[in-house]
Design a protein around this ligand. Structure first.
Ligand SMILES: Nc1ncnc2c1ncn2[C@@H]1O[C@H](COP(=O)(O)OP(=O)(O)OP(=O)(O)O)[C@@H](O)[C@H]1O
Ligand SMILES: [Mg+2]
Length: 252
């Protein structure tokens, strides 16, 4: 199983939309079995698939409890080959609890649980919170690859340096981790977006995917429909996620 963390310390850059659509593209276009992990207390990925709640176990339990069967935390979606580990506000408490419990390693809890799933899924996609906390560090320790969605505006590159530093730090626990690159989301053909892309290409060391995800109002519509783009309507953003996944698969 290959695990990909979708992450950016900034909020609202399309981490969740990208996680959902990259996961579904792998399922629909490449026939892969995908586990999508919601690693954000906001629970947006869980809400998207109508899997948000407090009755059942969630990522918070995996991070704080020993000896669970990870399968007891996994939920099926309406789509074959696409399952979800949900999140809710309990993740807030879990992040504090991990820090207080020094009786066992704090950074490797998720990666240990994911090992139980070897052979069950082809990919695991982790939708992270716009933060660096213990649950995000657990995600990075459990990941092979990191993808960073970027929405181009004045603040677009804030926190990137810190994120790259964090990725380097995590290599102490996980030396297979690779920063595969940034990709531009909510792209509009205007000066700001074009300059932002040029900046990333020429003035920084950060790798940048060639594919840009175009902005379309239909993305907001999919959040109400609870359907990934490829199962909704023909959309530019849906085509772009397909191209992004192809670009990613070619580099691996
Ligand atoms: N390609 C797109 N075109 C138009 N709107 C988009 C696109 N991608 C994402 N959005 C919208 O942008 C908003 C933020 O997206 P999303 O929730 O995925 O960001 P996020 O980075 O996960 O945010 P948070 O940091 O709060 O978790 C949502 O309203 C979403 O519908
Ligand atoms: Mg999100």
């Amino acid at each position: 199983m290959k695990t990909i963390s979708i992450i950016n310390l900034k909020g609202g850059v399309a981490k969740t939309i990208s996680s959902i659509n990259i996961a579904y593209t792998l399922v629909e276009k490449h026939g892969k079995r995908v586990l999508l992990i919601d690693n954000d207390k906001q629970g947006n990925t869980s809400k998207f698939f109508n899997l948000h709640g407090y009755e059942d176990k969630s990522i918070a339990d995996l991070l704080t409890e020993r000896g669970l069967d990870i399968k007891s935390v996994i939920k099926e979606t309406a789509y074959e080959r696409l399952d979800v580990i949900p999140a809710n506000m309990n993740l807030l408490r879990a992040n504090k609890e991990i820090l207080l419990d020094v009786s066992r390693p704090q950074q490797t809890r998720l990666s240990k649980y994911l090992r139980q799933l070897e052979g069950e899924y082809d990919y695991c996609i982790i939708d992270n919170a716009p933060d660096i906390n213990m649950s995000v560090i657990n995600a990075l320790v459990a990941s092979d690859d990191v993808l960073v969605p970027i929405k181009v505006d004045k603040f677009a590159f804030d926190g990137l340096e810190q994120l790259v530093e964090q990725i380097e730090d995590v290599k102490e626990f996980n030396d297979k981790l690779v920063f595969r690159g940034c990709f531009i989301t909510m792209f509009q053909k205007n000066g700001v977006n074009i300059q932002g892309g040029e900046y990333l290409n020429s003035y920084t060391d950060y790798p940048l995917f060639h594919t840009k995800i175009r902005k379309t109002v239909k993305v907001d519509e999919t959040t109400f429909a609870g359907k990934p783009l490829l199962d909704y309507k023909k959309t530019t953003a849906g085509e772009d996620y397909e191209a992004l996944v192809n670009e990613y698969l070619k580099m691996c």
